[in-house]
Design a protein around this ligand. Sequence first.
Ligand code: IPD
Ligand code: CA
Ligand code: CA
Length: 261
Amino acid sequence: MTDLDLAQLTAAALEVAREAGQLVLQGWRSRPSYERKASYADLVTEFDLASERLIRSRLAERTPSIAIVGEEQGGERSEAPTWYVDPIDGTVNFAHGHPCFAVSIGLLVAGQPLAGVVVAPALATEWHGFVGGGAFRNGKACRVSETTELSDALLATGFSPVMRRHGSPEDNVDAFCRVMPQVRDLRRCGSAAHDLCLVADGTYDAYWERKLATWDIAAGTALVLAAGGRLTNLQGAPADLTNGYILASNHHLHDALLPLL
Ligand code: IPD
Ligand code: CA
Ligand code: CA
């Protein structure tokens, strides 16, 4: 795929995500009803479903040769160029009226994140970019931070609903407790897509999480790479976006964080 292809695909996805963001915003703080999916912590509202329907139909019109996998309707995973769509990332926040949620559309080719758009309508903030073409926050070029010391760093993490059984060695609580005393502060805002964008624009110096889904991180990881960041799994090997154990950082803090995770 050429840079021109990626620029055009990114521009198309951004328009689609903005439209979906406006749709979703209509339901924000309306106390939308929800259903539980796999657990009490994994929700779906009518706005998740409507957002994905809209995104699928717009992407099918504008980029008909690109396959689509979405959180609510699924799709065929393959090595071919594929949009990974999270119609609302941060549905628990959305359902409770918290502003931290986003529409996220990322492009994977052979499993690698190449382009991404994330629109957070209640925060009036959007990010777009592609690997090799830079990352942008509200249209302005952005980059990962230059922080070199953990004691100067602001980090983020999250707790996947499938990992929340207390006492599971993988529930991320142990890692949280190891990292917390080492850093200036550590946030947990509830949208992986948004967390990754805040690494891409230099707000956070690093972010990690366990057991994310591909649609949670396709766009955000592309943006971190586009913004000059580093992305690995929690052992420092190349990240596998199908199992979702990731550390995304500004490079400088990466090696210091890996043993803590
Ligand atoms: C969730 C968010 C959250 C993360 C969870 C995801 P959803 O996505 O990204 O930050 O901790 O693991 O499932 O369910 O709101 O689309
Ligand atoms: Ca998600
Ligand atoms: Ca979602």
